[in-house]
Write a protein of this length. Structure first.
Lengths: 321, 62
């Protein structure tokens, strides 16, 4: 397989696109495709300020790198969750994010240390809330809250995450398996700001396979954390990814068609507008919008538990993003 | 050649294509990338004795 642009040996072959590219032309193509997705979904412009959520992993660091190369005003946000489990996972991923930022003189990385800020890391919170085996839902809740808070406080126009097509297809697959109509309604590359305190969220890599973002980081020499979060072992989303990857192997393009045809169906009006959206009000403690009657689920996380009952609601914790 | 994948390693003295190597190791080409002597290579390219091969898993999330 030769590079379609120069005839040199290919570094990556993308069967779903019938396209092979060398390690010189692949990064060019990758930047072009990212710019195309940003434009197609009107995610943001060069005049706007973008906050990129970086985890130290391949997708988020690649996203930050690409946005900087495309000339966007992109700052990074790393959230230190205090995950260790004998792997120093958070410490290591934080180091990767900081090392990346240090290579770009114009890049600004903000770090939110959950333990320093709130007095407990997410594992301690999960233990206190009697969910020691399931820190993932609490992790998601904390990350969503803090990303939104930092985007609003920093005056950013948009919050960008490194979700790729495999992430989106696995989420879609899970939501379809359970017919989670509300989540299906809200899954899209752009979630607009709601004017009540939720920042605009975008996923510029939503049309790239995970393999493609990994190839970009390898070719560009971006040092990222290869290990998975120690709490991700056995996660349902990983099982869904494995199923979809087997389908992709048997039928190239299966994942892409599954996800992009879903987006087309949404744009064609397959899903009716949500008429049952709960009314939001600002949380009396943090000010972020919530549908909960009093404090939002995030603020309730840090409250003492009355009678041993966890009052945070499962629905809000399991949100698709 | 020396092949590394996660915490496993193999020493192989036989030339083959990347595709054949992945088939031997029962890995789907869609779930990994192969770096030969520090450079990313596509599935039709050859790996041979003396090569340093790293297989990188591309799956993340949870």
């Amino acid at each position: 397989m030769r590079c379609r642009r120069c005839e040199n040996p290919g570094a990556i072959n993308m069967r779903q696109h019938k396209l092979s590219l060398c390690d010189v032309h692949y990064p060019e193509w990758f930047l072009e495709q990212t710019q195309r997705a940003i434009k197609k979904y009107a995610m943001f412009t060069h005049a706007e300020r973008v906050l990129v959520a970086v985890s130290g992993g391949k997708d988020s660091l690649a996203l930050w790198d690409v946005l900087l190369k495309l000339g966007y005003q992109a700052d990074g946000l790393y959230i230190d969750l205090g995950i260790d489990r004998d792997t120093a996972y958070s410490a290591c991923s934080r180091e990767k994010a900081a090392a990346f930022a240090a290579q770009y003189p114009t890049a600004r990385l903000m770090i939110v240390d959950i333990c320093q800020l709130y007095g407990e890391n997410i594992i301690q919170v999960a233990q206190r809330r009697h969910r020691p085996q399931r820190p993932c839902s609490i992790c998601g809740l904390i990350k969503r809250h803090e990303m939104n808070r930092m985007a609003l406080e920093g005056g950013y126009d948009v919050l960008a995450t490194g979700h790729n097509l495999d992430d989106e297809a696995a989420t879609l697959f899970g939501n379809v398996l359970h017919w989670q109509a509300d989540y299906l309604r809200h899954q899209f590359p752009v979630l607009p700001a709601d004017g009540q305190g939720l920042a605009r969220k975008v996923k510029p890599f939503c049309r790239f396979y995970e393999r493609e973002t990994a190839a970009y980081t390898l070719i560009q020499g971006i040092d990222y954390i290869e290990d998975e979060c120690p709490y991700a072992v056995g996660a349902t989303s990983l099982a869904h990814k494995a199923t979809l990857t087997q389908m992709e192997h048997d039928s190239p393009g299966a994942k892409m068609h599954f996800y992009t045809n879903f987006l087309k169906a949404k744009e064609a009006g397959l899903f009716a507008a949500d008429e049952t959206t709960p009314e939001l009000h600002p949380c009396p403690q943090c000010g972020q919008p919530t549908s909960a009657p009093d404090l939002c689920n995030f603020c309730r996380l840090w409250e003492p538990i009355a009678n041993g009952n966890d009052t945070t609601t499962e629905i809000e914790m399991m949100s698709a993003d | 050649m020396h092949i590394v994948y996660r915490d496993k390693e193999w020493f192989v003295e036989q030339a083959m294509t990347v595709n054949q190597m992945l088939k031997h190791l029962k890995l789907l080409p869609e779930s990994v990338l192969v770096v030969r002597n520090g450079r990313l290579v596509a599935e039709d390219q050859k790996v041979q004795p003396g090569d340093e091969v790293k297989i990188v898993s591309v799956v993340s999330g949870g």
